[in-house]
Structures are given as C-alpha cells and as structure tokens.
Design a protein around this ligand. Structure first.
Ligand code: ADP
Length: 269
C-alpha cells in the first residue's frame, strides 16, 4: 500500500549495537489530515451565516433611532462580537491552509520595506488612541524570496501585537538587517512584556499567559501560531525575547538562501 507511513527511531547502544524501532503511523496521519480538513470545512461553513447576520445588524444599526439607547448599545455590542468571530474564522481558515497545503508559491521577490510601510499606512497596525512612536529602520532594497500574502500577515500580526501590548506613548521599533547567517526582521516594543515561563508556549494556538486580558485586547489567540507556520514555510524561525514590564522583541530569522539580490527599479514605493 502506497499510503502506509512509517516512522523510524534508531538508537545506538555501544560498539556495533543498534536498536531500530519502526512504528506504523498511517492511522495517526490520516486522523491529523481529517482534523485539518474538518477545521477548514467548519470555518468555511460558519462564514455564510455570519455574513448574513452582520448584514442585518448593520442595517439595524443604521436605521435604529438614537433615542433607543439600550437597543442601540446592544446592537453595537453584537456587531463588535460578530466582527471578532469573523476575525477568528478567518484566522482559523488561514491556519488550516498554512498547515494543510504545500508551500508552492514561495519564490516571489518580496520587498520588505514597502510592505512594512503599507502595513503602517493601512492603520491595521496602529492605534490612533495610543500615540505610539513608530520607528522603521529597513534597507529600502531588502528583498526575500517568499509568498507576499503570507509574509504580510506574519509581519502584520507581530506589529499588531506590539501595538496591542504597549501602553500609551510607548515606542515600537521595526528593523531589518542582514549578515552571513541571513536576513533578520525584528519588531521591538517597550510594552508590558511576557513572563519567561510562558515564552516557549506562545506560538501554540489559543495559548495565552493571562486569560483575563483577552477581552481587553480582543485578539484571536491565533496570531503567533500563524506567524510560526508562515516562517516554517519560509525555512525561517521566530525568536522571542522579553522582559516583563520592560518590553518584547520578536525576531524572524531568514536563512541566506531566502535573500534575493535587490532589484532596484521594479516596485519602488
Ligand atoms: P492574541 O494576541 O490574539 O492573544 P497571539 O497568538 O498573537 O494571540 O499572542 C499570544 C499571546 O502572546 C498574547 O495573548 C500575549 O499575551 C502574548 N504577546 C504576543 N505579543 C506580545 C507583545 N508584543 N508583548 C507582550 N505580550 C505579547
């Protein structure tokens, strides 16, 4: 049978003594595939009714006379929660795609500087109420071989997090540099920081150090899981450094073969 999947563990005991363990993991792999398909299908099915709900809610909000204060407030809450649910479904779908498909279109030239500038301009990565100082230090010619949409969502998540977990008047620094080990993108903030014991588990889906903070910041809990998978698909890795109360630095390390020699004219700005 072509579909049988075997896993080998080879252990050496001493001079010429080996132990080879062969495990049939076919069933395990099939189950894993079923789980991924299930998540993707359910997420997709949830989108349709949610779109209908959101449509009606928006109409109601627009037509509700403002003196109906309590109803109006309830509708706004419902709208906000349906937006959260939509974000959650989109992130679940993205994650299922990242886990369940081959990384095939990952050889496009992606210019880092314009992508980061776009993220900043979109406003998605900024919070006007917080008055952050955002510092961008990226060589305009920095270029990576990769998938632009995936990289944008990874960098976007890191920047959104820096904004979310940094109080008013904080400072966020985004840097790109290259050396003989490859290209490196760091997102640094001087925000709330993370207790070191949580760091190894941060990229697990829905893992959160402090569940009480969830409702305040309103994320999906999937951001760093997405970042991790996008980076794996680019042979890159995520490094997390943090000091509670002082701030955090998330660095993406790309290996040298992912760096593309810069092409000067193509997509300037
Ligand atoms: P979410 O932000 O939606 O909770 P993420 O997967 O993006 O989910 O992040 C997981 C957790 O990691 C967050 O809940 C938060 O506790 C922590 N975290 C991520 N980025 C930062 C940051 N820049 N500063 C402090 N904590 C962070």
């Amino acid at each position: 049978d072509d579909n049988v999947q075997l896993e080998y563990t080879i252990t050496r005991f001493g001079a010429g003594e080996w132990l080879v363990l062969v495990r049939d993991v076919t069933r395990l792999h099939n189950l894993e595939q079923m789980r991924k398909d299930f998540v993707a299908n359910v997420s997709h099915e949830l989108k349709t009714p949610l779109t209908v709900l959101k449509g009606y809610l928006e109409t109601l909000i627009d037509t509700m006379p403002p003196e109906q204060k309590r109803v109006h407030r309830a509708l706004l809450q419902m709208n906000q929660q349906s937006q959260r649910m939509e974000a959650l479904i989109n992130d679940l779908l993205l994650l299922a795609r990242l886990e369940g498909t081959e990384a095939d279109k990952h050889n496009q030239r992606v210019q880092i500087a314009p992508m980061l500038r776009r993220l900043r301009q979109d406003g998605q990565a900024t919070d006007p109420e917080k008055n952050h100082e955002l510092h961008l230090e990226v060589d305009p010619s920095a270029t990576v071989f990769g998938d632009p949409a995936e990289l944008q969502s990874a960098f976007g998540n890191l920047i959104t997090n820096a904004v979310k977990y940094t109080p008013q008047n904080g400072r966020i620094e985004i840097r790109w540099w290259e050396d003989d080990r490859g290209g490196h993108l760091s997102v640094h903030d001087n925000g709330v920081g993370i207790d070191p014991r949580h760091i190894p588990r941060l990229t697990e889906r829905f893992y959160r150090p402090d569940s009480s903070r969830v409702t305040q910041t309103g994320g999906t809990g999937l951001g760093l899981a997405i970042v991790k998978h996008v980076l794996i698909r680019h042979n890159a890795r995520l490094e997390i450094q943090s000091q509670p109360g002082k701030g955090s630095t998330f660095t993406c390390h790309f290996p040298p073969h992912r760096l593309a020699p810069a092409q000067s004219v193509e997509e300037a700005g």
